[in-house]
Each structure stands twice: as structure tokens, then as C-alpha cells.
Design a protein around this ligand. Sequence first.
Ligand code: S3P
Length: 432
Amino acid sequence: MQYLVQPGGALRGRLRVPGDKSISHRAVILGALAEGVTEVSGLLEGADVLATIAAFRAMGVQIDGPDDGKLRIQGVGLHGLRAPAKPLDCGNSGTAMRLLAGVLAGQDFPSTLVGDESLHRRPMGRVIDPLQAMGARIASKEGKAPLQIEGTRLHGIDYTLPMASAQVKSAILLAGLYAAGQTCVREPALTRDHSERMLRGFGYEVSQEPLRACLQGGGRLAGQCIDVPADISSATFFLLGATIAPGSDLLLENVGINPTRTGVIEILTRMGARIDLTQLREVGGEAVADIRVRSSQLHGIDIPPRLVPLAIDEFPAIFIAAACAEGQTRVREAEELRVKESDRIAVMAAGLRNLGVLVEETADGARIDGGQIRGGTVDSHGDHRIAMSFAMAALRAEEAIQILDCENVATSFPTFPVLARQAGLDLAQVVS
Ligand code: S3P
């Protein structure tokens, strides 16, 4: 499926983007492993989260829904999962595969994790290594999926992550629930802390210091009600679009603004964006706000590396913002972008060049010179966030932008085309 997006226009009105993907995965996982019922509202009904739901159903967990963002999970307790009859298919989702690997390592049954072509290219050694250090037995294809997990007794570790990764941190903490003794994870830079927060919400003690989280194995999780806020990573496409399209004024409602996720707001604001947070509140241990964004002229900046993990999923959009800014924007220490759903540095650079933007790719980032965006064809390489970012680029393009391979937008934001049109983007879906 392709997008054909006509140039120009503005984004106006108010809208609510779907639920946070990271929080939705964790709600399903902890709900399944808890004792008693967990009721979730605002759940993201994207393919990635549906894969996690299907995996737990295949392990005997009764899950009703999702229906209009509502999900009811009959938790089976930490030791109530049953051996799945078939390999568990994580689809396009790195979060599903890595977090499930953590859960499955300590079960008393074997399991296999598979995914799509993109997921089978992504590095899994980063979870296999620490889990093996805890006693796990995991066979892989040279550090990539499929992962065959035997299920063994685990013991706690004190592990220092070699890269800033919330997925790896979370996999280790989930395995730690099953491990004898204490499990600690240190991270080289702050990453999203939804697992730590939600574990505590389920009544599990997690001690947290800056850059370090520890828990003791052998406890219990108690079923909860979870209200998932809108995903700031999905809101980002609208922050971008409204910022770059003259005459825009948009209100995004009920967006999660956990400080480990708001790097994009800081980066865009430093570039000159007009973003205001209102109605700040806390819902189920997560900070939430309404976000107003109005158009403004951006200028290039040198993005501080400490903000990279706090905006890790937002770089496709930030690259487009940079292309619309006056002067040069520099992205560095962002090599993790190369192992996302696609190599986001290479794919963004190629796409921007097709649209006439000057980009110099570096090993760990890029230098982007702002200027005029022409029109043309861009290949998203099946990467949802790249497809949505280039769709918004059309607001400032001279001619239409055709974007190839857009099916995977449904992994994180199935309603994107509808909401984008509602806000003012002239986007057509073309089945090729
Ligand atoms: C996620 C963590 C990030 C992010 C991904 C979701 C999570 O990945 O890119 O979309 O839910 O923990 P890494 O932890 O590998 O950086």
C-alpha cells in the first residue's frame, strides 16, 4: 500500500492519537502474569500489541477484547502460563520479541519466538547475552530470530547495559521476576521507565536510582486497572506537521509526557517550535498533558546526545523538521537508529535526498541542511515511522510525495490516515 500526499495545507483542530505502544505491551504482559483481573482502557490496537496479546492467548491466558481500546485480562499469576503449541509470532515488533524473551527464559516449558523479515534482521544478542548470564538457554540464528528458548531456572545478576535500551532493560527485569535473588540493571543513559513504573503499579517492589533499577525475584503481581495515555511517539507526526505547515494550530489531547519520552518536545522547542503543555496531570503513575502546537519557523541545531534515547523513536520526524529548518541540524551518537524497524539513518537520508534535501550521512547520525522540499517518491522500507514522517513532509513540499510500502503504519498507528486527513493533510491510500 502506498500513500500519495498532495503538497501544502495546514493542520488544525483537536485530536486524540491512539494509546502508547510501550505502555500497551507492558499492560498486556503484566496483566497476564498478575493474579486477578486487569482492565485496560485506551489500549493501542495496533498490530504490534495484538501480537503480544496473541502470544499470551497461545499460552493459555484468557483475554477479552480489544474493543474500543478496552481489554480484560484474566491473569494467571507468574507461574500459570502454559506451553504454546506453536512458535509465538511477534510480527514487526522488537518490543514484543525482547520483552517476551525475558518472560519466557524462566518458564518451565520451551518456546520459540519468530517475527517478520525486518524483525529477523534485528539484533537479539543484546537480550540473549544478559539472559544467558542469568542461566537462560536460548538458541538463535547468529544472534537473530528465531529464538528457541528452553525455559530454565534463573538467578539474579547485576548487569550493565552496553547500549541505552529500554527493551533490553525490561527483558532483564521481567526475567528477574523469575530469578533467585536480586536482579539489577544499570543503563548508560536514561531510557523509558514504563516497566519500572508499571511493575510498582502492580504492587511489585522495584528500587530505582538514577540509571539503575533492581528487583527481587519470587514476588507476586496484583491485577490492576490501567488507563493508557495517547502515544507521544504517534503525536510526534502531528507536532511535526503543525510546526512546519504555516497557519497550523492543533491540540493533541491526553498525551503521555513521561520525562523519559519527551526528548522530541525539547528538541523541537530548541529548534524554535511553539509547543505548549496544558492540563498537566498524572494518570496511573504516568504524566499526561494536552499539547498545543502552532506553526513556526525552525532553525537548525546540534542535537545534544543526552536527548537521543529520550527521543529515539522520533528521529524520522526530527529529520523532516531539520529539512524544513533554516541552517544545519546535526544528529550524533544515534547509531541505535540503524537497528530499528529499518536503518533509519540510511532510509531517511535516501528519502530526503529523493526530495532534493542535502543530507550527509555519518556512522552515528547525519547532518541535514534545511531547504526546499521538492516532491517525489520515497521508499519507507516498511518502516511505519518513516512512512508517517514523509507524509507530513508533504505539508511543505512543492509537489506531491508518493510513499511506498506503508502497510506497517498499522503496527503502531492504524488510524493515522483518518486522523491526518481530519486534521488537514491531503493523503490518499493507494493499493498497489
Ligand atoms: C521501546 C523501546 C525502544 C523503542 C521502541 C519501544 C520499549 O527500543 O525504540 O519503539 O517499549 O521499550 P530500544 O529499547 O531498543 O531503544
